[in-house]
Write a new protein. Structure first.
Length: 154
């Protein structure tokens, strides 16, 4: 498995969710959106907080800490009212964001954080002016979340 390309130190949007720092390619990060109403999806896994409408599209909201095996807390991403809207070619999805640091160029070489489960979508550590960040490959994440095995309720 190869790491996402950092050719020319491509810019990435850096944000925090549940106390950890993440980065996504600015090519896939369309915008930071607020949401006020989430529609629950019965029988969905714990990391799918619900869906919301944005510009005529239904967007699933993914709680990053729950997805990667963390837990909530006072600053849980589940309490956030903002999300990073990703637009991979196969469809939109949003990741909970507690704070958004900005768009930066990443430093360092990225290594895969695993070969199974959601870890196959995560790379790092990337160095940013905001500290070490885990890079999320939006295309791989969409593919992973679309697999029936990732949709098992938790």
């Amino acid at each position: 498995m190869t790491a996402p390309a950092l050719e020319g130190r491509a810019p990435h949007l850096v944000f925090s969710s549940g106390g950890a720092v993440y980065a996504v390619s600015s090519e896939r990060a369309a915008e930071v959106v607020g949401f006020s109403v989430l529609t629950p999806v019965p029988g969905s896994p714990a990391h799918l907080l619900g869906i919301f409408a944005h510009r005529g599209e239904v967007v699933p909201l993914i709680d990053v800490p729950r997805l990667v095996g963390g837990s909530g807390g006072q600053n849980s991403a589940a309490t956030a009212r903002r999300a990073v809207l990703l637009l991979p070619p196969k469809g939109p999805l949003a990741l909970t964001a507690f704070t958004v640091a900005g768009v930066v160029n990443l430093e360092g070489s990225l290594s895969p954080l695993g070969t199974e489960g959601v870890a196959q979508c995560l790379f790092g550590p990337a160095q940013t002016e905001y500290g070490a960040a885990t890079v999320i490959d939006a295309d791989r994440l969409f593919d992973y979340l679309s697999q029936p095995s990732s949709a098992t309720p938790s």
